[in-house]
Design a protein around this ligand. Structure first.
Ligand code: FES
Ligand code: FES
Length: 219
């Protein structure tokens, strides 16, 4: 059972049966392991999803809440720290511009910025972004050079991969004092576009670099 399923199981138990966490714990049939501040339980409840789940608890016995900033707004979530950031963004925060492609860090469609750098949110545990600043495609300003260039060059075909592509290019441009189109194109080698819009992506990158240079937003 993956982290996401475990979390849904716990939330489901609380929501479906109207229980608080204390009463949920009464259905626990067996405490399996205690390691540091982590406790694993075997759920003895009779809901359809009964099984293993895990929660981190604080010294005072409360569940650890994870807080971070998303598009400038502080968010606090109650999920297992190993839940992929992608699912927190999409399922909990309802920011669905970030897409699920492969789920194993191979395609780039889930790319977001964490403290200004591009990361693949499907393989980033939410526990790792505690206190950090996450930017999703919804939080990238409309006047960002990459957004402007993508409209100018009409880059997307179906668009599914494009939010991740835009986030990756935007991070590469903003990280460089003197962005180089060829270097950025090469750095995009591991991004997958099922529609094969690569030639238009190259045009978009070239245009974005030019706009960033003109506007002095390249550093
Ligand atoms: S969905 Fe994250 S890299 Fe493919
Ligand atoms: S534009 Fe369709 S997957 Fe890239």
């Amino acid at each position: 059972m993956d982290a996401c399923h475990r979390q849904r199981l716990v939330s489901g138990c609380l929501q479906e049966k109207g229980r608080d966490e204390a009463s949920l714990e009464k259905t626990i049939s067996k405490k399996l392991t205690i390691k540091s501040n982590e406790v694993r339980y075997l759920c003895g409840g009779n809901c359809s999803g009964g099984g293993l789940f895990r929660q981190k608890i604080t010294k005072k016995g409360g569940v650890i809440m994870i807080s971070f900033y998303v598009n400038g707004k502080k968010q606090t979530v109650d999920v297992s720290p190993d839940t992929p950031l992608l699912w927190v963004i999409r399922d909990q925060l309802k920011l669905t511009g970030t897409k699920y492609g492969c789920g194993i860090g191979e395609c780039g469609s889930c790319t977001v910025h964490i403290d200004g750098k591009a990361y693949r949110s499907c393989v980033t545990p939410v526990g790792q972004v505690q206190g950090k600043r996450v930017t999703t495609i919804e939080g990238l300003p409309k006047n960002n050079p990459v957004k402007k260039a993508w409209i100018q060059e009409q880059v997307p075909q179906c668009g599914y991969c494009q939010t991740g592509v835009i986030m990756q290019v935007a991070a590469l441009i903003s990280e460089s004092k003197n962005p180089d189109t060829d270097k950025i194109v090469n750095a995009m080698d591991d991004v997958l576009c099922r529609c094969g819009s690569y030639p238009r992506m190259k045009k978009g990158i070239k245009a974005a670099v030019e706009i960033a240079r003109k506007e002095g937003k390249a550093s």
